[in-house]
Design a protein around this ligand. Sequence first.
Ligand SMILES: NC(=O)c1ccc[n+]([C@@H]2O[C@H](COP(=O)([O-])OP(=O)(O)OC[C@H]3O[C@@H](n4cnc5c(N)ncnc54)[C@H](OP(=O)(O)O)[C@@H]3O)[C@@H](O)[C@H]2O)c1
Length: 503
Amino acid sequence: MPLAFFTAVYFDGFPSWFPDPFRLLKATTALTALGITKWYSSGRSNPSERNMHGRVVLITGGTSGIGASTAFELARRGAQVVLLTRQPASDPFLAEFIDDLRARTGNQMIYAEQVDLADLYSVRQFATRWIDNTPPRRLDMLVLCAATVLPPGSERKETPEGVEALWMVNFLANFHLLGILSPAIRAQPFDRDVRIVIPTCSSYIAAPKLDAELDGLGTKGWLDEEWAPARAYARSKFALMVFAKAYQKHLDAYKRPDELPMNARVVLVDPGLARTPGTRRWITRGSLWGLLLYLVFYLVVWVFLKSPHMAAQSVLYALMDGGLGRGAGGRLIKECMEVDCARKDVDDEEVAKKLWETSDKLIERVEKEQAVKRARAKKEQEKREEEAKNKARVEEIESLIGSIKQGKAKAKGGEAKKGEAQQAEANEASKKGKKKGKAGGNNAKYQHNNHHQQYHDASHRHPVFFTDKLRRPPFSVAPLGAQTSPVAQGYVYQDGVRSGSRL
Ligand SMILES: NC(=O)c1ccc[n+]([C@@H]2O[C@H](COP(=O)([O-])OP(=O)(O)OC[C@H]3O[C@@H](n4cnc5c(N)ncnc54)[C@H](OP(=O)(O)O)[C@@H]3O)[C@@H](O)[C@H]2O)c1
């Protein structure tokens, strides 16, 4: 068939229905160029593999974008994945996300722990819980994918603790988490290849010089005047890189009890620009018009931006490549290759020291302030609870007194009636006595008996506890027509319910 077609084309030229060859060539060239561009912008795939069975991975940002793809690939390979999420594990969306991940990967060892990276106290609570274990918990990998980005033109935001939001989530929370987890990381047995993978962003290249920016860190309105979302994001990412390098030195400086070299390595990763929810929010500026334009030009976005799956390849390479488990830590990976840092001051020890110290001081100050606030709030809460308890107690006593009064009133009413009846009976008896001549002696005996009976009647001594309600058996246990009452059988009743014991 193709041979016949080409023969016909050779002798008679292209048939009339066949498109213009020049146009066809143009279209083919355009499609090929598109394909090559797409292939190039998708980046390299991870060429390394590693047995992940039984390895414990803590991952932040594992519910979205690059973090979600990384969590999926790790779970698929059998790792035990602990997602550190800002939502509690009981959140229905999170529960559904985990169920789905378990079903797709066939791995049941996927869990969630609540860690809000915008809250230092939340980070501390999780990290102290994690390290509070003897022997130290197994920890093979820590992937810090969570980050926040604000669209251009956004207002500067602060967390409820008063720290600038981008600095807090992108840098300070990771600093705090790694600081507290440090003993757990250093205590891992020597044969464990521990990796701490920190995604960064090429925007760090344009970040302002850090040492000048650190003055006044944590004070109200820090760098307020020159604050812009892109600048703040780049600053936080650059600070994270400086800290990552310093953290590797901190780990290396530790003298292990077995005197073997440090087996934990920090790896920085630049995943490249990807079509993740974070990027979409940034491109669309979080507006509906922006979203509409995004959809209209989706083909451009699709061609030039990586899928989250492809962006996760460098992260997976950093976690799996055997070569990265040997030699020095603190390397930067891009497109599944080791690359040099574009900024020399990322290795500046003076800047790193200042960054470490100012961050430590900021955390200490904020945590102290928050601890005082929490203690005050707790005291107020306790006071409120105590007041509520006292009020309930007073109401209970008042209702008891009311019942006692009611009981007494009832008893008085009964006595009066009895007195009248007795009087009538006495009158009757005296009439008869007159006849029989014994009236006085009988009346005195009756009154004595009546007094005796009243004294031994428990409802007079304890009018509240022997009310009708307590004494009368409920219909359920004393059905109509039952010959003997359960009370008569000796059962004890409390609020109309029969208790197990007999009198
Ligand atoms: N995407 C890119 O083009 C690109 C480029 C270069 C570098 N990177 C880096 O790659 C990493 C992943 O980026 P991405 O675009 O995949 O991110 P993303 O889709 O925006 O997801 C961010 C993740 O961080 C979590 N997160 C945000 N604030 C949090 C908080 N206060 N507490 C706990 N978790 C919080 C989010 O949780 P929720 O789901 O609850 O919101 C979400 O899971 C980031 O470090 C980013 O800087 C990305």
